[in-house]
Design a protein around this ligand. Structure first.
Ligand SMILES: C[S@@+](CC[C@H](N)C(=O)[O-])C[C@H]1O[C@@H](n2cnc3c(N)ncnc32)[C@H](O)[C@@H]1O
Length: 216
């Protein structure tokens, strides 16, 4: 399995060094709002890291839903497991696998999912397109797919570009990857949000029957 080198020894520090509160939390909150999942939803969190999406997802899905978190780093998954155990979330399954090489068969009994999301993770993956395709393939027809990722800030916020580039370089992500751009022909009813001066891009779309016909 291809292991990301950045997310091993730093895993226990990730939550405090990742600019979560001042910057990146805003992207997750925007995605949760657009996803607006009903209670009982089964959700795939691709590149889930330490599980920073879990609390927001749990608020929507409740105890009858579930979260399947996938990550290539066992150390990040260890932090995610601790988070789930501390909160008493028994509906969280964690799977150590490379998202660019996984199939639905690797994803446990909840696949195909009602929803899939990937936050700040696709732009780290090579090739990210394979992981995005796998994420969509693992979502049922009518289910929703959300991507939150980064680009250079725009407009007046462009002054923050050096800082944004540094944050992406330190995190190992490619700020020019723009993985959400590939969602337009693949999903229907696409919703768009941009936060933090356009640095954070959010897209949420629905898996259409037409797409499912192409990927049975
Ligand atoms: C910047 S962190 C984001 C974590 C989490 N999604 C969040 O929003 O905080 C990127 C995560 O992607 C994971 N990752 C990178 N490449 C991966 C791959 N090929 N397959 C699965 N996970 C991968 C890393 O281990 C890391 O946990």
């Amino acid at each position: 399995m291809k292991r990301p080198t950045k997310y091993t020894t730093s895993a226990s520090l990730y939550d405090v060094i990742s600019f979560e509160w001042p910057v990146y939390r805003a992207g997750r909150e925007a995605a949760f709002e657009l996803l607006n999942l009903p209670a009982g939803s089964h959700v795939l969190d691709l590149g889930c890291g330490t599980g920073l999406n879990f609390a927001g997802l749990q608020r929507m899905i409740g105890t009858t839903g579930s979260i399947t978190g996938v990550d290539a780093s066992p150390q990040m998954l260890e932090q995610a497991r601790r988070r789930a155990d501390r909160a008493g979330w028994t509906n969280v399954t964690l799977i150590a696998t490379d998202a660019t090489a996984m199939t639905s068969a690797d994803l446990g009994e909840q696949a195909p999912f009602d929803a899939a999301l990937s936050t700040y993770a696709l732009s780290l993956m090579t090739p990210w397109r394979t992981a995005l395709d796998a994420m969509i393939a693992a979502t049922r027809v009518g289910g929703v797919v959300a991507v939150v990722d980064m680009q250079r800030p725009v407009g007046r916020a462009a002054v923050w570009t050096p800082l944004a580039k540094l944050a992406c370089r330190l995190g190992g992500s490619d700020i020019e990857a723009h993985p959400w751009t590939a969602m337009t022909p693949l999903l229907q009813d696409l919703s768009t949000r941009a936060v933090r001066g356009g640095h954070i891009q959010v897209r949420v779309g629905t898996v259409s029957p037409r797409l499912a016909e192409r990927n049975p």
